[in-house]
Design a protein around this ligand. Structure first.
Ligand code: UD1
Length: 336
Protein backbone atom coordinates (compact mmCIF):
# COMPACT_ATOMS: atom_id res chain seq x y z
CA UNK A 1 0.00 0.00 0.00
CA UNK A 2 1.33 3.44 -0.90
CA UNK A 3 0.67 6.29 1.46
CA UNK A 4 1.09 9.93 0.46
CA UNK A 5 2.40 11.96 3.38
CA UNK A 6 2.14 15.74 2.94
CA UNK A 7 4.52 17.62 5.20
CA UNK A 8 6.46 14.40 5.72
CA UNK A 9 9.72 16.26 6.38
CA UNK A 10 8.27 18.09 9.40
CA UNK A 11 8.50 17.15 13.07
CA UNK A 12 5.50 14.84 13.39
CA UNK A 13 5.50 13.96 9.68
CA UNK A 14 9.07 12.62 9.74
CA UNK A 15 8.42 10.43 12.79
CA UNK A 16 5.28 9.10 11.12
CA UNK A 17 7.17 8.30 7.90
CA UNK A 18 9.61 6.23 10.01
CA UNK A 19 6.74 4.26 11.57
CA UNK A 20 5.07 3.72 8.19
CA UNK A 21 8.29 2.42 6.63
CA UNK A 22 8.89 0.16 9.61
CA UNK A 23 5.39 -1.24 9.11
CA UNK A 24 6.19 -1.98 5.45
CA UNK A 25 4.05 0.68 3.84
CA UNK A 26 5.31 2.30 0.66
CA UNK A 27 5.63 6.01 1.29
CA UNK A 28 5.53 9.05 -0.97
CA UNK A 29 6.44 12.33 0.71
CA UNK A 30 5.53 15.79 -0.52
CA UNK A 31 7.14 18.73 1.30
CA UNK A 32 8.37 22.17 0.26
CA UNK A 33 10.89 22.52 3.14
CA UNK A 34 9.28 25.82 4.13
CA UNK A 35 9.53 24.74 7.76
CA UNK A 36 11.82 21.70 7.49
CA UNK A 37 15.18 20.63 6.07
CA UNK A 38 16.23 18.18 3.32
CA UNK A 39 18.66 16.42 5.70
CA UNK A 40 15.70 14.84 7.50
CA UNK A 41 15.13 12.61 4.45
CA UNK A 42 18.61 11.10 4.77
CA UNK A 43 18.08 10.53 8.46
CA UNK A 44 14.78 8.72 7.88
CA UNK A 45 16.51 6.41 5.38
CA UNK A 46 19.36 5.86 7.81
CA UNK A 47 17.00 4.90 10.67
CA UNK A 48 14.77 2.61 8.64
CA UNK A 49 17.13 1.32 5.93
CA UNK A 50 14.26 1.89 3.51
CA UNK A 51 13.80 4.05 0.47
CA UNK A 52 10.76 6.21 -0.33
CA UNK A 53 9.79 8.68 -3.03
CA UNK A 54 10.08 12.37 -2.38
CA UNK A 55 8.67 15.40 -4.19
CA UNK A 56 9.83 18.89 -3.26
CA UNK A 57 6.77 20.97 -3.97
CA UNK A 58 4.13 23.19 -2.47
CA UNK A 59 0.60 21.80 -2.19
CA UNK A 60 -0.78 24.93 -3.79
CA UNK A 61 0.61 23.72 -7.10
CA UNK A 62 -2.29 21.54 -8.20
CA UNK A 63 -0.77 20.46 -11.50
CA UNK A 64 2.28 19.07 -9.69
CA UNK A 65 0.06 17.30 -7.20
CA UNK A 66 -1.89 15.69 -10.03
CA UNK A 67 1.45 14.43 -11.32
CA UNK A 68 2.29 12.83 -7.96
CA UNK A 69 -0.98 10.91 -8.11
CA UNK A 70 -0.39 9.99 -11.76
CA UNK A 71 3.10 8.65 -11.05
CA UNK A 72 2.23 6.66 -7.93
CA UNK A 73 -0.54 4.31 -7.01
CA UNK A 74 -1.65 6.15 -3.88
CA UNK A 75 -4.08 4.30 -1.59
CA UNK A 76 -4.40 6.77 1.27
CA UNK A 77 -3.16 10.17 2.41
CA UNK A 78 -1.87 11.51 5.72
CA UNK A 79 -2.10 15.29 5.57
CA UNK A 80 0.31 17.21 7.82
CA UNK A 81 1.39 20.13 5.64
CA UNK A 82 0.30 23.56 6.84
CA UNK A 83 1.27 26.65 8.78
CA UNK A 84 1.24 25.94 12.52
CA UNK A 85 2.40 28.88 14.65
CA UNK A 86 -0.40 30.21 16.83
CA UNK A 87 1.08 33.69 17.41
CA UNK A 88 1.93 34.17 13.75
CA UNK A 89 -1.59 33.15 12.78
CA UNK A 90 -2.97 36.04 14.85
CA UNK A 91 -0.64 38.46 13.04
CA UNK A 92 -1.22 37.03 9.58
CA UNK A 93 -4.73 35.53 9.58
CA UNK A 94 -5.20 35.80 5.83
CA UNK A 95 -1.98 33.88 5.17
CA UNK A 96 -3.15 31.12 7.49
CA UNK A 97 -6.67 30.85 6.09
CA UNK A 98 -5.44 31.14 2.51
CA UNK A 99 -2.62 28.61 2.80
CA UNK A 100 -4.10 26.01 5.14
CA UNK A 101 -7.59 25.97 3.62
CA UNK A 102 -6.69 26.32 -0.06
CA UNK A 103 -3.98 23.69 -0.06
CA UNK A 104 -6.26 21.30 1.79
CA UNK A 105 -9.14 21.84 -0.63
CA UNK A 106 -6.84 21.30 -3.61
CA UNK A 107 -5.51 18.09 -2.06
CA UNK A 108 -8.98 16.66 -1.39
CA UNK A 109 -10.08 17.58 -4.90
CA UNK A 110 -7.13 15.75 -6.43
CA UNK A 111 -7.77 12.79 -4.12
CA UNK A 112 -11.41 12.62 -5.18
CA UNK A 113 -10.52 12.90 -8.87
CA UNK A 114 -8.20 9.93 -8.42
CA UNK A 115 -10.65 7.89 -6.39
CA UNK A 116 -8.47 8.05 -3.25
CA UNK A 117 -10.86 8.43 -0.34
CA UNK A 118 -8.90 7.35 2.71
CA UNK A 119 -7.49 10.17 4.76
CA UNK A 120 -5.83 10.84 8.09
CA UNK A 121 -5.97 14.53 8.99
CA UNK A 122 -3.82 16.17 11.66
CA UNK A 123 -6.09 18.18 13.87
CA UNK A 124 -5.33 19.55 17.33
CA UNK A 125 -6.67 19.69 20.87
CA UNK A 126 -6.90 23.42 20.22
CA UNK A 127 -10.38 22.72 18.75
CA UNK A 128 -11.71 22.18 22.29
CA UNK A 129 -11.41 25.93 22.94
CA UNK A 130 -11.29 27.59 26.34
CA UNK A 131 -14.46 26.41 28.05
CA UNK A 132 -14.46 22.62 28.14
CA UNK A 133 -13.28 20.76 31.23
CA UNK A 134 -10.59 18.07 31.08
CA UNK A 135 -10.51 15.16 30.55
CA UNK A 136 -11.65 16.18 27.07
CA UNK A 137 -13.81 13.77 25.09
CA UNK A 138 -14.26 13.90 21.32
CA UNK A 139 -17.98 14.75 21.51
CA UNK A 140 -17.58 18.09 23.34
CA UNK A 141 -18.63 21.36 21.66
CA UNK A 142 -15.76 22.81 19.64
CA UNK A 143 -14.48 26.37 19.36
CA UNK A 144 -11.19 28.12 18.75
CA UNK A 145 -9.30 31.18 19.91
CA UNK A 146 -6.94 31.92 17.01
CA UNK A 147 -6.78 31.59 13.22
CA UNK A 148 -4.48 28.55 13.34
CA UNK A 149 -7.01 26.69 15.48
CA UNK A 150 -9.86 27.92 13.29
CA UNK A 151 -8.25 26.40 10.19
CA UNK A 152 -8.10 23.04 12.01
CA UNK A 153 -11.76 23.28 13.04
CA UNK A 154 -12.89 24.45 9.58
CA UNK A 155 -11.09 21.57 7.91
CA UNK A 156 -12.71 19.13 10.34
CA UNK A 157 -16.09 20.58 9.33
CA UNK A 158 -15.25 20.38 5.62
CA UNK A 159 -14.38 16.71 6.08
CA UNK A 160 -17.65 16.00 7.94
CA UNK A 161 -19.54 17.55 5.00
CA UNK A 162 -17.45 15.64 2.49
CA UNK A 163 -18.46 12.36 4.11
CA UNK A 164 -22.14 13.37 4.14
CA UNK A 165 -21.89 13.99 0.39
CA UNK A 166 -20.07 10.75 -0.37
CA UNK A 167 -20.04 7.88 2.11
CA UNK A 168 -17.16 6.12 0.38
CA UNK A 169 -14.78 8.39 2.29
CA UNK A 170 -12.98 7.13 5.36
CA UNK A 171 -11.49 9.90 7.45
CA UNK A 172 -9.66 9.96 10.78
CA UNK A 173 -9.35 13.35 12.47
CA UNK A 174 -6.47 13.09 14.92
CA UNK A 175 -6.58 15.66 17.68
CA UNK A 176 -3.07 15.94 19.07
CA UNK A 177 -2.37 17.05 22.57
CA UNK A 178 1.22 18.28 23.22
CA UNK A 179 3.78 16.33 21.19
CA UNK A 180 7.33 16.40 22.57
CA UNK A 181 10.31 14.03 22.53
CA UNK A 182 12.19 12.74 19.52
CA UNK A 183 13.15 9.45 17.88
CA UNK A 184 15.21 7.41 20.34
CA UNK A 185 18.10 7.30 17.86
CA UNK A 186 18.61 11.04 18.38
CA UNK A 187 18.73 11.43 14.58
CA UNK A 188 15.37 13.14 13.99
CA UNK A 189 13.50 15.62 16.17
CA UNK A 190 11.89 19.02 16.34
CA UNK A 191 13.86 21.80 14.69
CA UNK A 192 12.01 25.09 15.22
CA UNK A 193 13.05 28.19 13.30
CA UNK A 194 14.17 30.99 15.61
CA UNK A 195 13.13 31.22 19.24
CA UNK A 196 10.72 28.40 20.07
CA UNK A 197 7.13 29.15 21.05
CA UNK A 198 6.44 25.82 22.69
CA UNK A 199 7.61 24.69 26.09
CA UNK A 200 9.84 21.65 25.43
CA UNK A 201 12.01 23.14 22.65
CA UNK A 202 12.42 26.19 24.86
CA UNK A 203 13.53 24.03 27.80
CA UNK A 204 16.06 22.13 25.68
CA UNK A 205 17.57 25.35 24.35
CA UNK A 206 17.90 26.71 27.90
CA UNK A 207 19.55 23.43 28.92
CA UNK A 208 21.99 23.78 26.05
CA UNK A 209 22.78 27.39 26.98
CA UNK A 210 21.35 28.89 23.80
CA UNK A 211 18.69 30.68 25.81
CA UNK A 212 19.29 32.14 29.23
CA UNK A 213 16.22 31.10 31.17
CA UNK A 214 12.70 29.81 30.78
CA UNK A 215 9.75 32.13 31.38
CA UNK A 216 6.98 30.23 33.10
CA UNK A 217 3.74 31.80 31.92
CA UNK A 218 1.78 32.20 35.16
CA UNK A 219 1.81 30.44 38.52
CA UNK A 220 -1.65 31.45 39.67
CA UNK A 221 -3.76 28.88 37.84
CA UNK A 222 -5.98 26.52 39.80
CA UNK A 223 -3.59 23.57 39.38
CA UNK A 224 -1.27 21.48 41.51
CA UNK A 225 1.45 24.17 41.66
CA UNK A 226 -0.27 27.08 39.90
CA UNK A 227 1.36 26.49 36.50
CA UNK A 228 -0.46 25.31 33.37
CA UNK A 229 -1.18 21.59 32.98
CA UNK A 230 -0.89 19.83 29.61
CA UNK A 231 -1.04 16.32 28.20
CA UNK A 232 2.47 15.77 26.80
CA UNK A 233 2.77 12.86 24.39
CA UNK A 234 5.94 11.29 22.97
CA UNK A 235 6.11 12.00 19.23
CA UNK A 236 6.88 8.33 18.49
CA UNK A 237 3.69 7.24 20.29
CA UNK A 238 1.85 9.89 18.31
CA UNK A 239 3.37 8.65 15.05
CA UNK A 240 2.27 5.11 15.90
CA UNK A 241 -1.25 6.46 16.42
CA UNK A 242 -1.26 7.52 12.76
CA UNK A 243 -0.40 4.03 11.62
CA UNK A 244 -3.20 2.59 13.78
CA UNK A 245 -5.67 5.16 12.46
CA UNK A 246 -4.64 4.42 8.90
CA UNK A 247 -5.02 0.68 9.36
CA UNK A 248 -8.43 1.07 10.97
CA UNK A 249 -9.73 3.47 8.34
CA UNK A 250 -8.55 1.31 5.47
CA UNK A 251 -11.18 -1.21 6.44
CA UNK A 252 -14.09 1.04 7.41
CA UNK A 253 -15.94 4.07 6.14
CA UNK A 254 -16.96 7.17 8.02
CA UNK A 255 -15.43 10.18 9.68
CA UNK A 256 -14.21 9.92 13.26
CA UNK A 257 -12.24 12.18 15.58
CA UNK A 258 -9.74 10.67 18.02
CA UNK A 259 -7.79 12.25 20.84
CA UNK A 260 -4.11 11.34 20.77
CA UNK A 261 -2.69 12.06 24.20
CA UNK A 262 -1.66 10.05 27.23
CA UNK A 263 -4.65 11.01 29.36
CA UNK A 264 -2.35 12.39 32.03
CA UNK A 265 -1.55 16.03 32.74
CA UNK A 266 1.75 17.51 33.92
CA UNK A 267 2.30 21.10 35.04
CA UNK A 268 5.05 23.30 33.57
CA UNK A 269 7.09 22.94 36.75
CA UNK A 270 6.56 19.17 36.89
CA UNK A 271 7.89 18.91 33.34
CA UNK A 272 10.87 21.12 34.20
CA UNK A 273 11.59 19.00 37.25
CA UNK A 274 11.36 15.72 35.33
CA UNK A 275 13.68 17.11 32.64
CA UNK A 276 16.26 18.23 35.21
CA UNK A 277 16.19 14.92 37.01
CA UNK A 278 16.40 12.60 34.00
CA UNK A 279 19.10 14.59 32.24
CA UNK A 280 21.03 15.92 35.24
CA UNK A 281 20.87 19.48 33.96
CA UNK A 282 19.52 22.65 35.49
CA UNK A 283 16.81 24.78 33.92
CA UNK A 284 16.86 28.30 35.34
CA UNK A 285 13.42 29.87 35.16
CA UNK A 286 11.44 32.92 36.20
CA UNK A 287 7.72 33.24 36.70
CA UNK A 288 6.14 35.79 34.36
CA UNK A 289 2.54 36.75 33.57
CA UNK A 290 0.04 34.44 31.91
CA UNK A 291 0.21 34.08 28.13
CA UNK A 292 -3.05 35.23 26.59
CA UNK A 293 -5.20 32.44 25.18
CA UNK A 294 -3.76 29.77 27.50
CA UNK A 295 -6.07 27.48 29.46
CA UNK A 296 -5.17 26.27 32.95
CA UNK A 297 -5.62 22.57 32.29
CA UNK A 298 -5.84 20.52 29.09
CA UNK A 299 -5.66 16.74 28.94
CA UNK A 300 -7.33 14.03 26.95
CA UNK A 301 -9.77 11.27 27.55
CA UNK A 302 -8.10 8.64 25.39
CA UNK A 303 -10.62 5.84 25.72
CA UNK A 304 -11.95 6.20 22.14
CA UNK A 305 -8.52 5.82 20.50
CA UNK A 306 -7.75 2.95 22.83
CA UNK A 307 -11.03 1.13 22.12
CA UNK A 308 -11.43 1.75 18.39
CA UNK A 309 -7.84 2.11 17.18
CA UNK A 310 -6.39 -0.33 19.68
CA UNK A 311 -3.71 2.25 20.39
CA UNK A 312 -2.15 3.37 23.61
CA UNK A 313 0.96 5.28 24.53
CA UNK A 314 4.02 3.35 25.67
CA UNK A 315 6.42 6.09 26.65
CA UNK A 316 6.41 8.07 29.87
CA UNK A 317 7.43 11.60 30.78
CA UNK A 318 11.01 10.49 31.51
CA UNK A 319 11.33 8.99 28.01
CA UNK A 320 9.99 12.24 26.55
CA UNK A 321 12.50 14.36 28.50
CA UNK A 322 15.43 12.06 27.75
CA UNK A 323 14.73 11.85 24.02
CA UNK A 324 14.12 15.60 23.66
CA UNK A 325 17.49 16.28 25.28
CA UNK A 326 19.30 13.62 23.29
CA UNK A 327 18.09 15.19 20.05
CA UNK A 328 18.92 18.76 21.11
CA UNK A 329 22.35 17.94 22.54
CA UNK A 330 23.41 15.88 19.51
CA UNK A 331 21.96 18.38 17.01
CA UNK A 332 22.35 21.83 18.54
CA UNK A 333 21.53 23.53 15.24
CA UNK A 334 18.76 21.10 14.31
CA UNK A 335 19.37 19.78 10.78
CA UNK A 336 21.38 22.84 9.77
C1 UD1 B 1 0.31 25.27 21.73
C2 UD1 B 1 -0.77 25.96 20.96
C3 UD1 B 1 -1.69 24.91 20.37
C4 UD1 B 1 -0.89 23.99 19.48
C5 UD1 B 1 0.24 23.37 20.27
C6 UD1 B 1 1.16 22.60 19.35
C7 UD1 B 1 -1.01 28.14 22.05
C8 UD1 B 1 -1.90 29.01 22.89
N1 UD1 B 1 -1.47 26.90 21.82
O1 UD1 B 1 -0.27 24.54 22.81
O2 UD1 B 1 -2.72 25.55 19.62
O3 UD1 B 1 -1.73 22.98 18.96
O4 UD1 B 1 1.03 24.38 20.91
O5 UD1 B 1 2.12 21.92 20.08
O6 UD1 B 1 0.05 28.55 21.62
N2 UD1 B 1 4.82 27.68 28.58
C9 UD1 B 1 5.66 28.39 29.43
N3 UD1 B 1 6.75 28.99 28.89
C10 UD1 B 1 7.09 28.91 27.57
C11 UD1 B 1 6.24 28.16 26.71
C12 UD1 B 1 5.11 27.57 27.25
O7 UD1 B 1 5.40 28.50 30.63
O8 UD1 B 1 8.10 29.49 27.15
C13 UD1 B 1 3.65 26.98 29.17
C14 UD1 B 1 2.31 27.39 28.56
O9 UD1 B 1 1.76 28.49 29.25
C15 UD1 B 1 1.51 26.10 28.73
C16 UD1 B 1 2.55 24.99 28.58
O10 UD1 B 1 3.80 25.62 28.86
O11 UD1 B 1 0.97 26.02 30.04
C17 UD1 B 1 2.60 24.38 27.21
O12 UD1 B 1 2.74 25.41 26.24
P1 UD1 B 1 3.04 25.10 24.70
O13 UD1 B 1 4.15 24.14 24.59
O14 UD1 B 1 3.19 26.41 23.99
O15 UD1 B 1 1.74 24.34 24.20
P2 UD1 B 1 0.19 24.78 24.28
O16 UD1 B 1 0.03 26.22 24.58
O17 UD1 B 1 -0.52 23.83 25.16
Amino acid sequence: MAILVTGGAGYIGSHTVVELLENNFDVVVVDDFSNSHPEVLNRIKEITGREFRFYEQNLMDKAKLEKVFAENSIDAVIHFAGFKAVGESVEKPLDYYYNNLTSTLLLYDVMRNNGVKKLVFTSSATVYGLNNKSPLTEDLPLSTTNPYGSTKLMIEQILQDLYVSDDEWSIALLRYFNPIGAHESGRIGESPNGIPNNLMPYITQVAFGKLEQLSVFGDDYDTVDGTGVRDYIHVVDLAKGHVKALEKHCSRRGVEAYNLGTGQGYSVLQLVEAFEKVNSVEIPYQITGRRSGDVAVCYADVSKASLILNWKTEKNIEDMCRDSWKWQSKNPEGYR
